[in-house]
Design a protein. Sequence first.
Length: 93
Amino acid sequence: MSKQRYASVWDAIEGTPVEAENMKLRSALMVALKSHIARSEMSQAQAALVFGVTQPRVSDLMRGKINLFGLDALVNMAAAAGLRVEMHVRAVE
C-alpha cells in the first residue's frame, strides 16, 4: 500500500483540485470569522447583527458547517465585520 502525501486535508478528501481550492478558501474565511467573534467577545446574536445574518447562521459558522456556506456569503460576512479579505494567486508547484 502506497502512502500518498497531500499538502492539505482538502486535497485528500475532495474529488477535484477545483473543489479542494474552494474548500481551502471557505475554511480559511470561516476560521477568520470565528476568531474575530472570539477576539471581539461577541455573542452569536451580536455577531449576527454585525454580519447581517441570523443567529442560527452564526451558529452554523461556529459549528464549522462548511457545506452550508459559499465563498460569497463568507466574504460578505467578513466585509460586514470590517475585515479585509485578500487573495493571492500563484502557480501550482
